[in-house]
Each structure stands twice: as C-alpha cells, then as structure tokens.
Design a protein. Sequence first.
Length: 231
Amino acid sequence: MLPSKRLTLIVATAVLFVISAVTAGSSAYASQSGSVPLSMAAANPERAPYNLASRALSNTSIRVSWTNSSYIDGFRLYRWNGSSWQVIRERFTNTWYDDKNLTPGTTYHYTVCSYYGSNTVCADGYTSAATTSAAPAAPNALWATPRSSSSIRFGWNQPCWNQPCVAINSFRVFRQRAGTSTVEYLTTVAGNVRTWDDTGLSPSTEYYYTVCADNESGSVCAASWTRGKTY
C-alpha cells in the first residue's frame, strides 16, 4: 500500500510545531539559541524543505534532493518500507542524498524533514522514483558444433541469478576466424533464442564464437569464446 499524500507518521510533529509557532509568534524561532543572530532568524524563518525530487542513478541507487531556505541543525530523510516511514539518514545538512544498494526495477518513496532545536518541519508530501532494471547476467556455457563443411551451430546458456529472471531483449553474436585478429559481428537474435547457425563457411576451418546479452539497462558479454571446426 502506498503512503498517504499527507504523511501520518510525521505530520503530528509538524502540526505541533505550527501550533507552537502561532502561539509564541516570532519569538518561537529566535529563542532556540543565543548563537543564532537575530538578523538571521528574522531573514530565515523556519520553513519546511521544498522542491522535493528523486531520480534513478543506476539499477541500485536513487538520488533524493530538496531545497532548504531555513537555518537548521540538520535533516532527517525517510523512506517508505511498505507499511511505515523509516529514517534512512539523519543529522546531516546536505540537500541531497544518494540511496544505494537498492533492488533493480523497484519504485521507492521518500520524504524529508528539517529540524532546529526541538522544532521539526516536514516536506509537503513525498517523491517517488524507480531504479532501472538490472543488466542481464553474462551468457555462459558456450558451445559450437559443425553441421557440415560450410556451417557451424553456435549455442549458449543465459543464467538467471535473480528471481524473477532479468528480461533479455536480444543477443548479439560475434565470430573470429582462426589465425586472424578480426572480430566480426554476425547477427542479433531475439532474447528467447539460444542458438545460431553460421553458414557459408570454409571447409576444415576453425572459427571462434562469443555472444552478448542486451536489455534497456546494459549489455553484458560472455567471458570467453568457444571453438568450432567445419568438416
């Protein structure tokens, strides 16, 4: 269940602050600390963080940012865990934070509060962003079998380390003839294909093959090549 737009866990604190500020007037801010110049207190009344935003940096990280215009002791950053808001960082003054070690292809929700002394004010609502999908695992278990004097069938496996499996959009097949340094791109096949028949080859000739898996998040190639020889 998504968090409500008005954050029930945090709003109570914000409401108490609003009530105390209305009751005490401008002295509620200036009286917190003698180290804060009165001119600064007057020019920077306590205001909730605003311009709250978030964006994916990778398939495992999201940057959360906001704007602050008040004199503060620090921020508390919250992330929704599916049932409540949890503090993921506090006692810092940067107006951004990179949340790391997240799950690929997952949406996360954030909000932030600033505090000064015993007063806390929170952003109005929350921001959401989704990590990008994970890049595929590298193809493995490559093999190549001669089909005739002019063709070789090349095949591979696509491992699935995570459940559910990361979607594969396509595979790119490459070939290198023995005794040469030239790597040739042969073809792109659909993500559910695991073999390719290479034809028009020379008899009794060795060829080497490899393959790369592609999706929206990146391309990962097999760590090795496999050898096949025509009849």
